[in-house]
Design a protein around this ligand. Structure first.
Ligand code: ATP
Length: 251
């Protein structure tokens, strides 16, 4: 397995955002994390990327305990995420946004004010080539030079995924990637996430769009009030009475 979450709890003052949640993700899976608003889904992403440390529990990634290690080291180990709210550099081009994503894993200082050494020039060319290839993958070849703020909403969401992929993750965390998308954009997103999976990247996705979740995911975990309510295949989850009562019934 690629990711193992063992008895994770997180308290914020008096609020228990997560209580004793455990699950594992197999390499190459698309794994869905669903549940009502405030169920603790984003908090789980924040635990995995160590934006905040868990109150208790342990997280293992690729056989190594990563609980408590610095967020940039977690990126280096191969976990990358997108956020619920788009976080691009609005006045940088699509290409530059993706190159910055690749740079988070590069040690050569390409983005220092002046590129001086041959090694830095080579690294810059490598980042550029890889960013162009990723922009093609997400269907943004035409918008390479466009400033991020001038791309459509769906394009910005796909650009975020390209930027996350630039750091060459083994595990990609997507936080509500379909939020605000129309039907066509959501269909494109489905195709894109399948392509990401086909590259051997494991995907953990938080999403409220149930038709998308049910056709995309191999397995799903349902959170409710910070606790695990159910885990299983899309079919298991759709037929689970507790899940229907707590969540799916209201969708
Ligand atoms: P949504 O679907 O609305 O994004 P969610 O399932 O992602 O919800 P979380 O954002 O993880 O839910 O929030 C879980 C609980 O933890 C909520 O009660 C929230 O208010 C609380 N919480 C999350 N982050 C913090 C924080 N930094 N400080 C205090 N409380 C927090």
């Amino acid at each position: 397995m690629v990711l193992k979450i063992k008895s994770i709890s997180k308290n914020f003052g008096g609020i228990s955002a997560l209580t004793d949640v455990s699950f594992s993700i197999e390499e190459g899976e698309i794994f869905g994390l669903i549940g009502p608003n405030g169920a603790g889904k984003t908090t789980m992403f924040n635990m995995i990327t160590n934006l905040f440390p868990p109150s208790s529990g342990e997280i293992t990634f690729a056989g190594e305990i990563i609980t408590g290690i610095k967020p940039h080291l977690i990126t280096e180990k191969g976990i990358c995420r997108t956020f619920q709210n788009i976080r691009l550099f609005p006045q940088m081009s699509a290409l530059e946004n993706v190159m910055v994503g690749g740079h988070s894993r590069s040690k050569s200082g390409v983005f220092s004010s002046v590129i001086r050494t041959k090694a830095q020039r080579n690294e810059e060319a490598r980042l550029r080539g890889s960013a162009i290839e990723l922009l093609e993958l997400v269907g943004l070849s035409d918008g390479i030079g466009t400033e991020a703020e001038n791309l459509s909403y769906g394009q910005q969401r796909r650009l975020e995924i390209a930027r996350a992929l630039a750091s060459k993750p083994k595990l990609l965390l997507l936080d509500e990637p379909a939020a605000g998308m129309n039907e066509t954009e959501t269909d494109d997103l489905f195709d894109l996430i399948k392509k990401v999976q086909a590259r051997g990247i494991t995907v953990l996705i938080i999403e409220h769009d149930m038709p998308l979740v049910m056709k995309l995911c191999d397995r799903i975990l349902v959170l409710n009030f910070g606790k695990k309510l159910a885990e299983g295949t899309p079919k298991d989850i759709q037929n689970n009475k507790a899940v229907i009562e707590a969540y799916l019934g209201s969708e």
